[in-house]
Design a protein around this ligand. Structure first.
Ligand code: 9Z3
Length: 336
């Protein structure tokens, strides 16, 4: 690791980032397990999707006591992973440690703790028996069956990250491994990735001390890794990224900007408070349609948008990820 090449303008290229920031200790082990998983499914000609999920932390100290984090619980990623499994994909689920996971998410300790629906029978000669509350059985049976199937068929592989640095190294390694899948690779990047980080070379070794008044931290920008992902790390894969905004007006321009800058296939825009019932798919128009409208001076005509909305008042159990999954499959099949 060379300290000399840390940029002075706070703008890291992906190359500089990986030359100066250390890989997580488990990277080689994680990569070889992912390789085995991908090779097994590549042989069978199966589609493989990488789902990233949950938030990333930014540690402020090397002996970390404090860190920046974000709100993501990993619902989007964990739920989508289940729908991808149901649709026949092999799923690499790369998630923030302790965020929601496919299947177990239905029994999260905060929203649906499993101890609340277990019953204990009165003691008889064989002692007590534990059973599942009758009203919970149909859902448990469905979730458990899908969970056991995924295990038996070996179609779900789980990887964890905590910091944005872990995330970036792991994303690069997994996407490089996925290159062998060619067009059978789908990337579904739902993790909430920090835009800023503190390079190792600028971090305090020990806990930042108080007593000097306010704390000023200058952070560097996390490199835009979608560009090397699309152009270098993986080839032929279909890439869907997510764009989160709190200002609804920015969703479409930001999504179009990302497509123009990185050259991938789809950006799904979602506004923080509406994300559970409304998202917008933004993609470049099909080449033919663009050629036909090439006289059109409005650059926005190169893009198409399609909104997905569900009515949670009418159907509170509906999950928007089911519709997102159908649309992704549809767009991908058209693209192949
Ligand atoms: C999203 O927009 C996800 O849909 C959410 C899901 C994080 C909103 P929850 O986990 O929330 O279900 O609570 N992800 C944001 C993706 C992101 O950070 N994108 C970056 C970017 O647009 C990098 S690809 O620059």
């Amino acid at each position: 690791m060379s300290e000399a090449i840390v940029p002075s303008d706070n703008l890291f290229s992906a190359e500089t980032y990986f030359a100066t920031q250390p890989p997580p200790p488990s990277l080689d082990h994680d990569t070889s397990r992912v390789r085995e998983f991908i090779q097994r499914h590549a042989k069978e000609g199966k589609k493989v999707v990488l789902v990233t999920s949950g938030g990333t932390t930014v540690p402020l100290e090397l002996n970390v006591v404090r860190f920046l984090d974000n709100f993501s619980a990993g619902t989007r990623g964990a739920t989508s992973a289940e729908y991808f499994l149901k649709a026949g994909y092999a799923v690499i689920f790369m998630h923030r440690q302790f965020s929601l996971q496919p299947f177990s998410r239905h029994y999260s300790h905060s929203t649906h703790p499993f101890l609340d629906f277990l019953d204990v029978s009165p003691e008889d000669t064989d002692g007590h028996e534990v059973s599942v509350t009758a009203s919970e059985r149909p859902q448990l049976l469905e979730v458990l069956t899908a969970y056991k199937d995924a295990h038996q068929q070996g179609t779900l592989h789980t990887l964890t990250f905590v910091t944005v640095n872990d995330y970036l190294w792991l994303l690069r390694a997994v996407s490089q491994e996925m290159a062998v899948l060619g067009r059978n690779a789908l990337f579904y990047l739902a993790a909430a990735v920090s835009d800023f980080f503190l390079p190792r070379q600028k971090m305090s070794v020990h806990k930042i001390q108080s007593g000097k008044g306010s704390l000023h931290i200058e952070m560097d920008q996390v490199p835009k890794i979608l560009k090397p992902l699309v152009e270098v790390w993986t080839r032929g894969g279909f890439i869907v990224s997510f764009k989160l905004e709190t200002d609804q007006e920015l969703l479409i321009p930001k999504a179009r900007g990302a497509l123009a800058r990185y050259g991938h296939q789809v950006v799904i825009g979602n506004e923080l408070h509406r994300r559970k019932y409304e998202v917008v798919f933004v993609s470049k128009q099909h080449e033919k349609a663009v050629t036909e409208s090439s006289e059109d001076p409005d650059p926005s005509s190169q893009y198409e948008e399609s909104w997905i909305r569900i009515d949670l008042d009418k159907d509170p159990n509906k999950e928007i990820e089911e519709e997102i999954n159908k649309s992704c499959n549809g767009i991908w099949v058209n693209h192949l």
